[in-house]
Design a protein around this ligand. Structure first.
Ligand SMILES: CC(C)(COP(=O)(O)OP(=O)(O)OC[C@H]1O[C@@H](n2cnc3c(N)ncnc32)[C@H](O)[C@@H]1OP(=O)(O)O)[C@@H](O)C(=O)NCCC(=O)NCCS
Length: 166
């Protein structure tokens, strides 16, 4: 398949909403993805908050991923992981349409975001997944991000938490 990977532009906000609604609507367990709040949609294209990349099959947005970079929004994880004083970013927003899964698409998007983290001199990448979310935990394993601990995070969701020194 000939996919194109690139930054998602503000003009494509409706495609992002559609992808989010389709994937969240089809989750095998609603606990697997912490739903977006309205303010997060407003910040979706703010690169100082979270660069956003997608995979396209022609004009169709088939997958997306985000790298949360704003330090004050990451304090909970920085404290949980004892990373005070470090520059930390978080991989998230990993959503791929069902019919495009298990083809390495999310590995590719997360690779782009990891490159962004390296280029911008972050010290650590963190990420998390529900313990039963096999696809997500496998993806994280593939990215070489190491398991640290399991916690209920402040949003009330149980998560395996992972980190990797860059
Ligand atoms: C998690 C998700 C984004 C993965 O996307 P993807 O494009 O299918 O991932 P990749 O193809 O890059 O797979 C990465 C690795 O995980 C493995 N994997 C993916 N899905 C898997 C599954 N259901 N069962 C077992 N392994 C799986 C792949 O085989 C690959 O490992 P390999 O190269 O060693 O074989 C996708 O399943 C999804 O959108 N799920 C619903 C939303 C969600 O749960 N998001 C994560 C929230 S934390």
């Amino acid at each position: 398949m000939n996919l194109v990977y690139r930054k998602i532009s503000k003009e494509e906000a409706s495609k992002v909403r559609e992808l989010i609604n389709t994937v969240i609507g089809g989750l095998e367990n609603p606990e697997f993805f912490i739903p977006y709040e309205e303010w997060e949609y407003e910040k979706m294209f703010d690169e100082s908050y979270a660069p956003l990349y997608g995979a396209y099959d022609g004009d169709k947005l088939v997958a997306m991923g985000q790298l949360y970079v704003q330090q004050d929004m990451l304090q909970e994880y920085i404290k949980l992981l004892g990373l005070e004083g470090k520059k930390v970013c978080e991989l998230g927003g990993a959503l791929c349409l069902k019919e495009y899964r298990k083809q390495g698409i999310m590995t590719h998007i997360m690779g782009i975001l990891e490159g962004y983290a390296k280029d911008n001199h972050f010290d650590y990448i963190v990420t998390m997944a529900h313990p039963d979310n096999i696809a997500s935990n496998q993806l994280i394993h593939k990215l070489g991000i190491e398991y640290v601990k399991t916690e209920v995070v402040s949003s009330g969701f149980l998560r395996k938490i992972y980190s990797k020194k860059i």
